[in-house]
Write a protein that binds this ligand. Structure first.
Ligand SMILES: O=C(O)CCC(=O)C(=O)O
Ligand SMILES: [Fe+2]
Length: 336
């Protein structure tokens, strides 16, 4: 039941970031800060990523997931130990899940080659991509994904600049760790779930189970099917994140929450797709330099006072732990 007190993630016009009006820019910074203090979830419109590139990515996602399973398994993420490639149904489960996720996905990142220091150090999610060869135009697939990753990361870095300003930091505060990030473009495919008998019935099935993202910031495009929900602590209820064509859902991850000592939130979210239609979405996770050590900001900065709640942790150690946990949990549930 919709709760009137619940605050849906705001829709924020990002255009002032690129403009010259300082008041409009300050207003944007304030709106983003308010959303970060609330659930760490907002949508942005009028951003820098071309709509044609966004559309092209959805076209590729449709084509990839429609391939026969044996073709998809040629780029199986289990073929490498840095999790690039295709992930089958029910591969992942987060804490509290009753059933592993009812989704498929494919992950790409910066195409770090074997001689790259991150790959040599075996950092999580760092290694050469597995691009599908069985699509109509493999070269175009690859170029589009790579171009999109660069564009989405460019926008994510702009979001980080706005975040920094909202925290009272220099606009470029995050730039040091944003140059060579561990980042993922994830195409997601959610078949429609079975209807559940009885009003409000719940069979525990989730497209993606309730979780928070691990890194600093996530930019998500969803199609028009809907099904993404964010948890509202004030009303103890799940709120729909309404699809808006070509907009981005922006949400903060745990690294930002840790850095701000819980002032900025890493919002709990999930997907339930009972629409009767297949749902596609494309996420871009920006987790910064894997060797960056996430620590609480110095006291007093951005009003982030109080006792430090988290010990310092490197991005890589944090990602490794959380990712491993979600796959082990799925294996355990699949075995029962
Ligand atoms: O598909 C969505 O809307 C959300 C995906 C998501 O939360 C994730 O991949 O972390
Ligand atoms: Fe997520």
């Amino acid at each position: 039941m919709a709760n009137t007190k619940a605050k849906a993630p705001p829709i924020i016009d990002f255009a002032p970031f690129y403009g010259t009006d300082p008041t409009a820019r300050q207003d944007l910074v304030a709106q983003v800060r308010a959303a970060c203090l609330d659930k760490g979830f907002f949508q942005i419109i009028n951003h820098s990523v071309p709509a044609t590139l966004q559309d092209a990515m959805f076209t590729l996602a449709h084509e990839f997931f429609a391939l026969p399973i044996e073709e998809k398994l040629k780029v199986d993420a289990n073929l490498n130990d840095y999790h690039r490639g295709y992930e089958t149904f029910r591969s992942q489960a987060f804490s509290g899940s009753l059933r592993p996720d009812f989704k498929e996905s494919i992950d790409f990142g910066p195409d770090y080659q074997p001689d790259h220091r991150y790959v040599q150090a075996k950092h999580a999610a760092c290694g050469p991509n597995l691009y599908p060869a069985s699509v109509t135009n493999p070269a175009a697939f690859r170029t589009t994904v790579d171009t999109y990753l660069a564009a989405a990361l460019g926008l994510a870095n702009d979001v980080l600049r706005v975040l920094a300003l909202g925290l009272g930091l220099q606009e470029g505060y995050f730039e040091g760790f944003a140059t060579d990030p561990v980042a993922t473009v994830k195409m997601l495919y959610y078949p429609s779930q079975e209807p559940v008998a009885g009003e409000g019935g719940d069979d525990g099935e989730r497209g993606i189970n309730a979780h928070t993202d691990f890194g600093f910031v996530t930019l998500l495009m969803q199609d028009d099917v809907g099904g993404l929900q964010v948890f509202d602590n004030d009303t103890d209820s799940w709120l729909d994140v309404t699809p808006i064509k070509h907009a981005y859902v922006v949400n903060l991850g745990d690294c930002t929450q840790r850095m701000t000592n819980d002032r900025y939130r890493s919002g709990l979210h999930q997907v339930i797709n009972r629409s009767g239609r297949t749902r596609y979405s494309i996420a871009c996770f920006h987790a910064g330099d894997p060797e960056y050590v996430v620590r609480c900001l110095p006291r007093g900065i951005g009003g982030e006072g109080g006792e430090e709640k988290y010990p310092p942790v490197s991005v890589n150690d944090y990602l490794t732990e959380r990712t491993k946990d979600s796959y082990i949990r799925a294996e355990a549930l699949n075995a029962t």
